[in-house]
Design a protein around this ligand. Structure first.
Ligand code: HEC
Length: 110
């Protein structure tokens, strides 16, 4: 592939939903999320109703909402604080960790 073909291919790939190029590293995300475990659980299965479950959530949703908390576009006193020092890379890694967990299992009763 020449340079133009590569650019076109990369651009097309980035348009496919769920194929973000900065995929995040789940193992790094686990290490970076230890502060979060107290409320959300290590695998994102919090046991208290006031703390949302994160396990198995879509990665793009998790990274967007974390950026929103960090940047003040979503207001919550607790989460604005806990996200304040996260870099974009930290957010992608943490989102990758929680997204890779099983989370709630859909019940298919037919
Ligand atoms: C002291 C408890 C506490 C800690 C620690 C904490 N959170 Fe939260 N988190 C909350 C609460 C409470 C909410 C619900 C906020 C709201 O109502 O908007 C929340 C919401 C969220 C959401 C949004 C979930 C959704 O479904 O919209 C994400 C994502 C999240 N937290 C990630 C994190 C991450 C990542 C960390 C660590 C950097 C962290 N939290 C640390 C209490 C906590």
């Amino acid at each position: 592939m020449n340079k133009i073909q590569t650019t076109v291919a990369v651009t097309l790939l980035s348009l496919i939903p769920g194929m973000a190029l900065s995929a995040g590293n789940a193992t790094e995300g686990y290490n970076k999320s230890t502060l979060c475990h107290a409320c959300h659980g290590a695998t994102g299965m919090s046991t208290q109703a006031i703390y949302p479950k994160l396990g198995g959530q879509q990665q793009d949703y998790l990274s967007k909402t974390l950026r929103d908390f960090r940047d003040g576009d979503r207001q919550n006193a607790i989460m604005n604080g806990f996200s304040a020092n996260l870099s974009d890379a930290d957010i992608e890694d943490i989102a990758a960790w929680y997204a890779s967990q099983q989370g709630l299992t859909e019940i298919k009763d037919k």
